[in-house]
Design a protein around this ligand. Structure first.
Ligand code: PXL
Length: 281
């Protein structure tokens, strides 16, 4: 069984980061080791949340694992709370990276043209530099713009998207995948560029007109799980995009408290069926 490490916060209430990655990747048949960067009462879209920063625990925890000679098939980073934690994530890559370790970075810090409350431009620049270490990065358009000094694209052509991918590729990651790219009205999906093959890939599905917290984390977790189970990049991104859209549709049935996150618990059986179907294909 493959083993991955995910480095992100625990938000106790309001499904996102570790409370999505751990159940979803585990359910996909991949051992999921967690390194919590902080414990928050809720994610940061709630008001008055509490935070216990765990920065000083990260080195001792990973030193212990190193002494146990643990091997990770992938390291997946999501929301990192501070500039210092970006530096520690880089150290962790160095400590545990071997030839077969996939580094998957979701540079979680912004959406809809704005940085999340905890972050500033200096943080965006550090995240851009961390992305240079990755095999795959999956920024949304806002994050990509912040990392490449591009004015936020509210509307765009396919050429604009390819130009943005070109700038992202210069950060140094092998594969750069933009999320939330809508090429035609009513559709949304991903647009990726593989710098190794010099090849683009696109997947669009129906846009579900709703915004929920944690959907990016769900998408990334499914990608990592699917890649670890041996799916191709294209198949992994397709599965993740379809599953995320289906889970948003499912969540719409429950109009209460949309900021609590998506009801992925209801759709996990469907994810596993979809994964098994892809594995048989
Ligand atoms: O879903 C991304 C995320 C993860 N963790 C925390 C967040 C957010 C987005 O706002 O606040 C604490």
């Amino acid at each position: 069984m493959k083993r991955i490490l995910t480095i992100q916060d625990i938000s106790c209430l309001g499904k996102c980061s570790v409370t999505i990655a751990l159940p979803v990747i585990s359910a996909m048949g991949v051992e999921t080791v967690i390194l919590p960067t902080a414990v928050l009462s809720t994610h940061t879209m709630f008001q008055h949340f509490t935070v216990r920063d765990l920065t000083e625990d990260l080195r001792p925890i990973t030193d212990h694992w190193k002494s146990e000679n643990v091997h990770f098939d992938a390291i997946y980073t999501g929301y990192l709370g501070s500039a210092e934690e970006i530096g520690i994530a880089r150290e962790i890559f160095e400590k545990f990276r071997s030839d077969d370790t996939l580094i998957f970075i979701d540079p979680v810090m912004a959406d809809n043209g704005k940085l999340y409350p905890a972050f500033d431009m200096a943080y965006a620049k550090l995240n851009a530099s961390l992305c240079g270490e990755a095999d795959i990065i999956v920024p949304n358009i806002t994050e990509a713009c912040f990392m490449t000094d591009t004015p936020y694209l509210t509307s765009y052509s396919e050429d604009d998207i390819r130009a943005l991918l070109g700038k992202l590729a210069k950060l140094g990651a092998k594969r750069v995948v933009l999320t939330g790219v809508s090429l035609t009205p009513g559709k949304t999906g991903i647009y990726g560029y593989d710098t190794v093959k010099n090849d683009y890939f696109v997947y669009q599905n129906d846009l579900v007109d709703a915004q929920y917290h944690g959907t990016g984390d769900l998408f990334s977790s499914v990608c990592v799980g699917a890649l670890m189970r041996g799916l191709s990049m294209e198949a992994a991104f397709r599965l993740a995009a379809d599953y995320t859209a289906d889970t948003i549709r499912e969540t719409l049935k429950n109009p209460e408290k949309p900021w609590y996150g998506v009801d992925f618990e209801a759709t996990l059986p469907q994810l596993i069926r979809g994964l098994e179907q892809e594995l048989r294909a």
